[in-house]
Design a protein around this ligand. Sequence first.
Ligand SMILES: [Zn+2]
Length: 403
Amino acid sequence: MTKTERLYYTDCYLREFEARVLRSEPAPNGFKIYLDRTAFYPTSGGQPTDSGTIAGIQVLEAVDEGDEIGHVLPQAPDAEGVSGKIDWARRFDHMQQHTGQHVLSAAFERIGSYKTVSFHLGEDSSSIDLDSDRLGVRQLEEAENAANQVVFENRPVRIFFQPAGKASQLDLRKPTSREGEVRLVEVEGFDLSACGGTHVSRTGAVGLILVRKVERMKGLTRVEFICGGRAHRQARRDFRVLSEAARLFSAALEKVPELISKQSQDLREGIREKDKLLERLAEYQARELWQAAPLIDGRRVVRHVLPAEESSQAKMLAHALAKLPSAVALLGVKGKPTALVFAQTPSGPSEMGSILKQTVTKFGGKGGGGRDFAQGGGLEESRLEEALAYAQALLARAPEAVK
Ligand SMILES: [Zn+2]
């Protein structure tokens, strides 16, 4: 087994290369091929694989196997000599995010000795975990400012190698356990790290570094960030969304939060007003129904079916009826599902819970309640009237009602 020469180690800007296929073997998604040299960065150290082509065939993934790098392809190339081509847009994006991460991690280290314990470069955003859950907004902004300052200064980013013994004596941001030759990435005057990743050659190429989200976990803070092209695209999306909100309010962008807060307050007040009016309406409606209801055994029995759109008022109406003297409310509500609300004037002679239970047992559905108030539903809409008539018959049969 030979060592794959990692061309990206010394030249992160190499997009095309020539290589020799040493061997190929079947793999779950096709074939895994091994070259004498490659510019493909393999999945490792928090950075995802490069994509691109080898001999014109799409590379599905490059895999780090220690000394060797395996390239997963749907089919094996025919020739021994192949040319490789890196998907440059994807690679450069990864370079921006990864160098941005070094700068941001070093900035957190500088402003408060917060250490980066892990790094993940994702499809949409990246994150670092810091070893403290005590960071506030001020520290985050301070680190973000310091990181962007280093970008503006366009400092050189140098990659060089040192034997492990020598490297461990250098002022590395994080000690390395690597043996043999250690690859070091230096942001001039700001950061020195052992890293195998791909990086831009000057900090200016990172572009803007934006912290997007902060999540506190036990003993850790996860900081989500985006750099360069991602930051630009996100800023544009943010602007579009905000502009749309501002357009809906016919207001300036910066007025939007204030207007949202005012509108939701108005809405809450409006809902309170509406509820008050509905309650008054229920009182009038109750009185009307009560007056028109037949007198049965000295009680006003209101049997009434409400349309589905008045379902939220049924309970209100039942309570309003129960406030009137010697009243019984047997209310049904159409819709899917249907509802039943039964009530009586407190200390009336019936057991509303039991009447409702018996009704749904006979007609289907479920529900129950106490002596003066009960609710349920779920029976067929076409049987509502019948169910209410049945409930009314139960009123008469209730032992307490017998005089
Ligand atoms: Zn790195």
